[in-house]
Design a protein around this ligand. Structure first.
Ligand code: SF4
Ligand code: SF4
Length: 274
């Protein structure tokens, strides 16, 4: 993302819009400026503000006069008065920032926008986590924090040693050059994104090791992580394996979501109707 310095009038309306705090008004040039290292190319500034097309020279003159006469001329707070934002063409590796952070961009590897994965929301029709298996979503970053791929790799490399399987339909798995070691493409490691999700599955007896590993790596990486854990319930909706195991390990366990198998029934009906 760029701000055209010929258009910007330094009104600072865009500063609070950026979820990464990457925009600031540089007093040396009296223009809004983007810290390109922190910008994750999410597009919130470009799309989130109304763009007016006032003449920058006119706006600067009015603002200078207003300042001289001690009153203020400020545009509406959600407006860039001179349409100064420009969404520039990006190439790899920087393009990866936009792919993961801009919610309107689709991941080519999965056909899904945003973080690029359905997680286990469709497990009933697309069984990622099989009977007797445990699925995990390890989510990195938040607005204001973000995550670099180097930190994600720190986690994937540690997890790869635990006899786990990386989910195939996941965009971070697609960025691995070696799934057996959890190694990501070298050119993207310094790139920063708003958030990303690593998905793995394991046997039940690996749960303790996975939880311990995620906690340990979380301590040494420069971001925040959140873990979701799932399993297939029995026919009566009961979970006699994972829930007691997590309780034994000292994790507070809330059942957050149950997939009812409705999708499978619907698909069958659609097939019969065809
Ligand atoms: S809102 Fe537009 S004119 Fe105002 S500081 Fe930001 S880029 Fe410059
Ligand atoms: S593209 Fe997103 S991260 Fe970059 S400056 Fe705009 S709002 Fe901030």
């Amino acid at each position: 993302m760029l701000i055209n310095p010929d258009k910007c009038v330094a009104c600072a309306n865009c500063v609070p819009v950026c979820p990464m705090g990457a925009i600031y008004v540089d007093p040396a040039v009296n223009r809004a400026t983007i810290n390109q290292d922190e910008c994750v190319e999410c597009g919130a500034c470009f799309r989130g503000m109304s763009q007016e097309h006032l003449n920058p020279t006119m706006v600067r003159t009015v603002r200078a006069l207003a300042k001289f006469f001690r009153f203020r001329f400020e545009p509406e707070p959600d407006v860039c008065p001179t349409a100064a934002f420009e969404m520039n063409e990006l190439a790899m590796p920087r393009l990866i920032r936009r792919v993961f952070s801009d919610p309107v961009v689709e991941h080519k590897s999965t056909g899904i926008k945003g973080r690029g994965t359905e997680e286990v929301k469709t497990n009933d029709v697309n069984p990622r986590v099989g009977i007797g298996e445990v699925g995990y979503t390890i989510e990195f970053g938040r607005p204001g924090v973000g995550v670099r791929f180097r930190d994600i790799q720190e986690m994937t490399r540690a997890l790869a040693k635990l006899d786990i399987v990386f989910e195939a339909k996941n965009p971070i798995s697609h960025l691995m050059t070696d799934k057996s070691s959890g190694t990501l493409r070298a050119d993207i490691l310094d790139e920063k994104i708003l958030s990303g999700i690593v998905e793995i599955r394991s046997a039940l007896d690996r749960v303790e090791a996975v939880c311990e590993t995620v906690s340990a790596v979380n301590e040494r990486i420069d971001t925040v992580t959140a873990v979701g854990i799932s399993t297939r319930c029995g026919e009566q909706g009961e979970d006699k394996s994972l829930a007691p195991l997590l309780a034994d390990l000292g994790f507070a366990y809330e059942r957050a979501k149950t997939n009812m198998g409705i999708g499978r029934v619907t698909n069958t009906q659609q097939k019969e109707a065809a």
